[in-house]
Design a protein around this ligand. Structure first.
Ligand code: ARG
Length: 464
């Protein structure tokens, strides 16, 4: 399967023959790493400026390189650039085109640099952009959740444990639970960003360089906080990608849990919420159907994102220091996870902004399933000074009575209530209502509308 190609122009000095076609296919990353063109060019422009400032190349060469690189970038961005698989990756594609445009000075760009520190830098810049984009996406998501929470701060709905009716809660409280989750995701993304913000450029192949480079300068001009302090680590570290995938996985898990709730809530059996036509589809055979496809796909995206995390962890786990070509497998995992996460976040934001809670269904579901049984037990403790364990027992007997009669707790007559506990007074009926129930849970972080409003105000101030 050998072909007649000559050896690689960038590294082929010691090679007599070109690569086998299959070698080229397994080796090339240009098919995907062209997505880092902008970062690659930014990194090269910073490197060239530093080389000139340090007197390693001339100012005029640096200027030709820096301007030529902008031409390459505009060719790539306008779609005019012809990528070559023979040139393997984005780094060599860019440099080779630069040579065609500016000639000899292009060959000086790779002084005091290697593709190993170059790719680590490009990829970090790319991941850093994604963290920033994810943080904005989360801010938008939190905003629409706050709007839903505010509009439905008083709306009652059943709260579940084991997906069995537990106690009434408010719609606003349920929305705010996701605000907490997405805010933690945001904070994890910001933490990851701080930790990753060290510049690998200047680590060169693995050991640093004998050229008098200024790593502070390149790092600062690319927005890094400092140069990475160990060249072996700098070229072989992919923690930043793993951390991005980890936080993306956790965030996708939150999106998926909410998506699952929307699937359940929008079903004919629940009717808790109406999803907009904009984020639903129909069935080609069943005319009545309106399917929550966006929610289902959000729920599914987490599979790809978790898969990417496990994929890259597995790629990295046995690699000796420093760079190994295995690490080229980092990009597709991260690209796919980032695309999936951004899309899932945007779809979720749209679904939440559009969805309409169904007050009547939420209210009647909130009141059914003996949801105020705990309120009754608490009342027995408070009003009759009963030990909680006894109150629990009495309430259990009343639930059984109601269940046998096929009615809910508030429908029991005073005689029925007193048949189990003679001391029960008519005022108990106030306690059995769902609005009273939620209003009474005013402990910090509880479901009472007043608490929910306080949390909304706090988040509005923080994300303002
Ligand atoms: N395309 C490579 C990657 O993504 C670039 C680094 C190649 N370095 C090397 N020594 N072959 O990892």
């Amino acid at each position: 399967m050998s072909d007649e190609k000559t050896s690689n122009a960038m590294w082929g000095g010691r090679f007599a023959a070109g690569p086998d076609a299959i070698m080229e296919a397994i080796n090339a990353s240009i098919g995907f790493d062209k997505r880092m063109a902008r970062q690659d060019i930014e990194g090269s422009r910073a490197h060239a400026a530093m080389l000139a400032k340090q007197g390693i190349i001339t100012d005029s060469d640096a200027q030709a390189i820096r301007e030529g690189l902008l031409t390459v970038l505009s060719e790539i961005e306008s779609g005019d650039f012809e990528f070559s698989t023979a040139l393997e990756d984005i780094h060599m594609n860019v440099e080779s085109r630069l040579k065609e445009i500016i000639g000899e000075p292009a060959g000086r760009l790779h002084t005091g640099r290697s593709r190993n520190d170059q790719v680590a830098t490009d990829f970090k810049l790319w991941v850093r952009d994604q963290l920033d984009a994810a943080i904005s996406g989360l801010n938008a998501l939190i905003d629409v959740l706050l709007d839903q929470a505010e509009a439905g701060a008083d709306l009652v709905m059943p709260g579940f444990t084991h997906l069995q009716t537990a106690q009434p809660v408010t719609w606003g409280h349920h929305m705010m639970a996701y605000v907490e989750m997405f805010a933690r995701d945001k904070s994890r993304m910001s933490d990851a960003r701080v930790r990753m913000n060290e510049c690998p450029l200047g680590a060169v192949a693995l050991a640093g360089t004998s050229f008098p480079i200024d790593r502070e300068m390149t790092g600062a001009s690319l927005g890094f906080d400092r140069p990475s302090a160990n060249s072996l680590d700098a070229v072989s570290d992919r923690d930043f990608a793993l951390e991005f995938l980890s936080v993306a996985s956790i965030c996708a898990t939150h999106l998926s849990r909410f998506a699952e709730e929307l699937v359940i809530w929008s079903s004919a059996q629940f009717r808790f919420v109406t999803l907009s036509d904009r984020f639903s589809t129909g069935s080609s055979i069943m005319p009545q159907k309106k399917n929550p496809d966006a929610a289902e796909l959000i729920r599914a995206k987490v599979g790809r994102i978790n898969g990417s995390l496990v994929g890259l962890l597995t790629v990295m786990k046995g690699l000796p220091l420093a760079y190994s070509k295995d690490m080229q497998e980092d990009k597709e995992q991260v690209f796919d996870a980032a695309d999936s996460l951004m899309l899932a976040m945007a779809a979720m934001e749209g679904m939440i902004a559009d969805m309409v809670p169904n007050k009547a269904s939420l209210e009647s579901a909130a009141a059914s399933g003996f949801s105020t049984a705990t309120d009754l037990a608490d009342w027995l403790v408070r009003a009759l000074d009963m030990p909680f364990r006894d109150a629990h027992h009495v309430t259990g007997a009343l639930v059984k009575l109601a269940e046998d009669a096929g009615i809910d707790l508030p429908d029991l007559s005073l005689e029925q209530l007193q048949s189990v506990c003679a001391d029960i007074k008519p005022e108990v009926y106030k306690i059995l209502g769902v609005y009273n129930s939620v209003a009474s849970r005013a402990s910090y972080g509880g479901t009472a509308p007043a608490q929910v409003r306080a949390q909304i105000a706090r988040w509005r101030k923080e994300t303002g």
